[in-house]
Design a binder for this molecule. Structure first.
Ligand code: C5P
Length: 237
């Protein structure tokens, strides 16, 4: 399976002047945790990191430290996530027929989630990891902040990544998006707008996207919990 990791953002909402994926998290960088999970997936054989040229050297050093140089390739990012993924799709080897796309900022996704998505992609053309929403969601008028409606929570799912697609179909959807001027925040939205079905795969509640400083604190807590759970499992064995 081919994996593209959009990693060409900044640290603006994190209040950082550097790419948030290069910030430290429990002894590693954020992106290193993402890459470690992808490395442990039994399906992923090829990883394309989509990033800005000024971050290349830092990413290359991280990839080398993790011993991943053979399977990781670098592709130039764009000015939006949508553009970065499009560049990534064009940077895939010609033989790549299916692809998973996973935000570098979702550094807590587990290898099992990558595997579940890769396996489900054998039965459909498009999928996303998602979890049912726990909050009641309101649609709000941006001008006066008055609530317009309350969608039925039973039908609402929070989109995560990985998202997986047949490469040829997703490329066509991206190109249609460029022609129509669609601006989207995930790849499923392009598939949907082109009338193609997107399957839900059960995501993970811990699969948060590191966006603001509090997310780093929560991510560190979860990683510590995982490492002590692994330690005690090994101790028992
Ligand atoms: O900003 P946000 O966290 O929503 O971005 C989601 C993912 O898209 C991040 O991993 C980020 O690095 C990536 N991204 C990108 N190119 C951009 C903007 C964001 O690859 N121009």
């Amino acid at each position: 399976m081919y994996l593209l990791i959009p990693a060409a953002g900044s640290g603006r909402r994190m209040g950082s002047d550097r790419n948030k994926l290069l910030l430290p998290l429990l002894g590693q960088s954020v992106i290193a945790w993402t890459l470690l999970a992808a490395k442990q997936s039994t399906h992923i054989r090829w990883i394309g990191i989509v990033c800005q040229p000024h971050d290349w050297q830092d990413f290359k050093d991280i990839v080398a430290d993790l011993g991943l140089s053979k399977m990781v390739h670098f592709i130039q990012g764009g000015s939006t996530r949508q553009e970065s993924v499009y560049n990534g799709l064009k940077g895939l080897p010609a033989v790549a027929d299916q692809v998973l796309i996973h935000d570098g900022a979702r550094c807590l996704a587990t290898p099992e989630l990558f595997d579940r998505c890769a396996e489900t992609l054998q039965t459909c053309k498009g999928l996303i990891a998602a979890v049912p929403v726990k909050d009641t969601i309101k649609v709000v008028n941006p001008a006066n902040k008055i609530i317009e409606s309350t969608p039925d929570r039973a039908n609402l799912w929070a989109a995560q990544t990985p998202q997986g697609f047949v490469v040829e179909d997703l490329l066509r959807c991206h190109e249609e998006g460029i022609r129509q001027g669609w601006e989207v925040t995930d790849d499923a939205a392009l598939f949907e707008q082109c009338g193609l079905p997107v399957q839900i795969v059960e995501g993970e509640e811990t699969n948060l996207k590191v966006t603001t400083p509090v997310d780093l604190t929560i991510a560190e807590f979860i990683l510590r919990q995982r490492s002590s759970a692994n330690g005690s499992a090994k101790g028992e064995g």
